[in-house]
Every structure is written in structure tokens, then in C-alpha cells.
Ligand binder design. Structure first.
Ligand code: ADE
Length: 497
């Protein structure tokens, strides 16, 4: 693999280092500091973060450049030894990064023995891991005819499989993903992204567009963010690249890329492609047998429970709240399980370090799905649990959308969005506030659910997702477990007359 660190690779590195405009708050927002902002992402000469940063970056062969900004993620980077390309310094008082200058350290002439032994060991481990990764990749290549790669700069990227198996799957399963996140190394992400051909547009909205793309014959989804929503791209990229988020019920990440075209910036997020599209699309197209309804509901609940849970240890993850859950952000996979998409507004929390990372995306969730405490602005924005409770409110609405489309005793209703009969199309914040807060309305639960022992359980679950008191609502884990139990409920004997 080439040792060059190209511009966008560096940019991705900066995203991973937290030099984007996301914000981590330690315990509360009060502890934010103001810092000088001088790097390619700065919109203003100052920024706010948990600490200030000065990063000296050098592309190979280039002059070192000082980037000043705000730090949010990975405080341990501040302690790291400078490398040939990056020297990272953090400080914790307002504008403490203003006058700091850094130099890239030259190697010691008489280096002490221990660090050298450590480095040699680390190098050996890296070489062994690299060799293993390469061996797996080579083995795959050899299975195919021809060893040549026509793929330009990254010899890691291979000719597409001619045997019908998934090259992307192999690449993502191999050990060569980014250190802590769910993605490929940044250079590989960029190379993959630039080999994707856009095939057909499958969705368009305020967020931008979603295309089905093709990467060496494999379908991928390409979300092209509108320039207004660049913060969502930054946030989603940051989360996928810093959190290990591989789960059957979370949309699988492949690559993120930023390119400059005709003096405008194009922001791409490349993920797995799901033929059925979103749950919203799926529900329009077909009514559901109860077993399928439950399969969709359980799998979506598994995705939400995985997002919400904090997992400790080296393979762990912070707790994540989605903040824009809706049927359009749930995709239906070919095995008819759901996966949750769009982490552009997500917030993260780690109990151990008590970090609440709320980012700083100006976007808000979808009004129709907003919980009462969001609409009346009573939500405690400094408390992570609050965000999970709003997700549960929205999840209850998604369950309701599924329930309406479920056939019980031959009866089913047309697809409708939540509150369709109470607010106009594209409701305003005030429209929603009146219905949800002032009038304390919730969607009408179809009567026919009561006739079915399993679906009456689903009906009760919705009610418990919609308690006005946020902390009284079910947790995602409880929803998941109850739905799993309901889906294992022995089938009702069919009454025949
Ligand atoms: N619509 C939005 N994201 C999609 C994806 N990953 N696959 C298919 N359709 C989508």
C-alpha cells in the first residue's frame, strides 16, 4: 500500500481525531472552552469544545501545517507521541491554543532501550497482522483468475469477484478495518468511493439523494448529502469511524468520502444497499401477516437496543441515541429484518468517562415523530437518558405504522403516517405541539389488535412508549425482550367453522 497521506485521507484523519465541529461535553455544557479555530473546517475564527487543539500535520513531502481547533473525541490522542505526520497537542483553557507552536520531533539520536523494544514488538505484531490480512486477500485473489489490479493507487482493493461472492463483505470482514471504528482504513474508503458508479436514484429529500451504486458489480447505497446538511455527513462519518457499529440491525457502513467538484464539495456516505428500501416504502407496498410484522418489529428493536446500550471493553461501544427515528430511517433487508439508518443526529455517551457527545448539528429530528418534551422544549439536553426516551416515543410510532398494516381476521388498513388525522401534511412545530402537548393525543390504536393475543401485546407496548412522563416509558431493551417473547408465542389454533 502506498505510504502517501493524501489530502482527503488527512481530512478523514482529522475527522477521526475530532477536529470536526462535533462537541463532547464532559458532564455538562458549562465546561466547554472557546478556542482559536484555524483549519480547513473552520467556519468562524473560534470554536467551542471540551478542549483546544493544535495539530501539526504534514503530508509526505509537504510543509508542516498548523491546524488549531476544538477537541471533542479521543482525549488519549493528546497524550500520544508525535508521529512523522502528526503532532497533536491539547490544552484546556479558553484560547490556550492560540500561541502554541509545535515542531515535529526528529528521532532521538540515543533512544532509550525500552521504547525501542516496545516499538519493535508492536511492529512485529503489526507486520504479522498485515501479513495475515494480505494473505487472506491474496488467497481470495488467487481464487479468481488474473492477479492484476486495475484499481489505481490502492493495491489493497481487488478485482471484483467473478464467482458471485461478496468482495466487499470480505474486505469488511478482514482484519484491516480502522482501529476503533466500523470502517475500512481511510485510504481504502476513499479508493472504494471513487470506484463506485451511480446507477439509479432511489430517494430524494431535504437531506440530499440516495443512489443505488455499483462497486465492481456489487450494489451499494450512496447517500449524497445536500450542502445544507454537511454536519450530518460529518457526524455520521465520525460515528461510523470511531465506534465499532457492526450489527445485523444497524445499516452497514462501507465508506465515507468528500470530493471537490466544480468548486462545490460532494459528501458521500456509502453503505450496504437494501433492495426493499425503507420500512416506510415497504409498508406502502404490502400488508403484513402478523409473523412478518413481528419480525420487522423485533429486528428494529434489536437495532435500537444495540444503539442504546453501552458495551465496555476493547470491542465496546458508547451508548448512542438516534434522535431521528422514523420508518423512513429504518431499512428492510432481503431477509426481512430491519436495520436502522441515519446516524447524522445521533448523540453518544460513555458512563465511565461521563462524556456526553451531542455533536453540534443544527438539524433537529422530524417534527411528526417528536416527543412531547421535545415539542414543549422541556427536554433535559444535558442528560443522555432524555435522548433515549425520545427514541422510544418515536419507536412506538413506528410500531403503530407496522400495526396498521398488519392483517388480522382479514382486516387491514392503508398505510398512514403517525398523526395523519390530526395534523396537516408537513406539519409545523406548532401543529405538532398542539396535538401532542396541549391536547395530549396519541395515534389511535386499531381495535382489531385486541382480537389477537400477540398483537394486543404490541398495542400495550405502544401505550407504554407514549407515556407523557419520559422516564416512565419502556426501555429499548425491554421492548426488544417483550417483542421476542411475543414472536415466540405459539400460533393461535385457526378456528374453522
Ligand atoms: N434508501 C436509503 N438508504 C438505502 C439503502 N441503504 N438501501 C436501499 N435504499 C435506501
Amino acid at each position: 500500500m502506498t505510504s502517501e497521506i493524501p489530502r482527503k485521507g488527512l481530512l478523514m484523519l482529522l475527522v477521526a481525531l475530532g477536529l470536526t465541529r462535533g462537541g463532547v461535553v464532559k458532564a455538562s455544557r458549562d465546561q466547554l472552552v472557546n478556542c482559536t479555530c484555524e483549519n480547513p473546517h473552520c467556519k468562524k475564527p473560534t470554536c467551542q469544545g471540551a478542549w483546544c487543539t493544535v495539530v501539526l500535520v504534514r503530508e509526505q513531502g509537504g510543509h508542516p501545517q498548523v491546524h488549531r481547533g476544538c477537541g471533542n473525541m479521543n482525549p488519549e490522542l493528546c497524550l500520544g507521541r508525535p508521529t512523522e505526520f502528526v503532532n497533536h497537542h491539547c490544552c484546556y483553557r479558553s484560547f490556550c491554543n492560540h500561541n502554541v507552536s509545535l515542531v515535529l520531533e526528529e528521532p532521538d539520536v540515543n533512544p532509550p532501550l525500552l521504547p525501542i523494544l516496545g516499538s519493535v514488538l508492536a511492529l512485529l505484531v503489526l507486520v504479522a497482522l498485515g501479513a495475515l490480512g494480505l494473505w487472506r486477500v491474496r488467497r481470495r485473489q488467487e481464487k479468481q483468475r488474473g492477479l492484476h489490479s486495475d484499481l489505481g493507487e490502492s493495491s489493497l482493493i481487488l478485482k471484483a469477484s467473478e464467482q458471485g461472492d461478496s468482495m466487499l463483505g470480505d474486505l469488511l470482514d478482514s482484519d484491516c478495518t480502522t482501529g476503533s471504528g466500523s470502517g475500512l482504513p481511510f485510504l481504502v474508503q476513499r479508493t472504494v468511493a471513487r470506484q463506485v458508479a451511480l446507477v439509479e436514484c432511489v430517494g430524494k429529500g431535504r437531506y440530499g439523494e440516495v443512489w443505488r451504486g455499483s462497486w465492481h458489480g456489487e450494489s451499494v447505497a450512496v447517500k449524497i448529502f445536500s450542502s445544507r446538511d454537511e454536519q450530518s455527513w460529518f457526524r455520521e462519518t465520525e460515528i461510523y469511524n470511531t465506534v465499532l457499529l457492526r450489527h445485523d440491525n444497524i445499516l452497514g457502513f462501507i465508506a465515507s468520502d468528500m470530493t471537490s467538484r466544480n468548486s462545490s464539495t460532494q459528501l458521500w456516505l456509502i453503505t450496504h444497499f437494501h433492495e426493499h428500501g425503507s420500512l416506510y416504502d415497504f409498508l406502502q407496498r404490502q400488508p403484513l401477516e402478523p409473523q412478518l410484522a413481528l419480525r420487522l418489529a423485533v429486528s428494529a428493536a434489536c437495532g435500537l437496543a444495540h444503539l442504546h446500550v453501552e458495551i465496555f471493553g476493547t470491542q465496546g461501544k458508547p451508548a448512542i441515541a438516534h434522535r431521528d427515528l422514523k420508518s423512513r430511517n429504518v431499512l428492510v433487508k432481503s431477509d426481512l429484518q430491519c436495520c436502522i439508518a441515519d446516524l447524522g443526529l445521533a448523540v453518544m455517551h460513555s458512563q465511565g468517562s461521563d462524556y456526553l457527545d451531542i455533536g453540534n448539528n443544527p438539524r433537529v429530528g422530524t417534527k411528526r415523530y417528536m416527543a412531547p418534551e421535545v415539542l414543549d422544549e422541556q427536554i433535559r439536553t444535558d442528560c443522555f437518558e432524555s435522548y433515549k426516551w425520545t427514541d422510544v416515543w418515536a419507536f412506538g410510532l413506528v410500531l403503530w405504522e407496522i400495526a396498521r398494516r398488519t392483517i388480522i381476521n382479514g382486516i387491514v388498513e392503508d398505510y398512514r403516517p403517525p398523526f395523519y388525522d390530526m395534523v396537516p401534511n408537513d406539519p409545523s412545530f406548532e401543529d405538532m405541539k398542539k396535538v401532542v402537548c396541549t391536547d395530549q393525543q396519541t395515534p389511535t390504536i386499531p381495535n382489531r389488535l385486541a382480537a389477537d393475543p400477540v398483537l394486543s401485546g404490541l398495542a400495550q407496548m405502544m401505550r407504554e412508549c407514549w407515556y407523557p412522563n419520559p422516564s416512565a416509558r419502556l426501555t429499548a431493551l425491554r421492548i426488544k425482550k417483550t417483542l421476542q417473547k411475543l414472536s415466540h408465542h405459539p400460533e393461535k389454533p385457526k378456528v374453522t367453522h
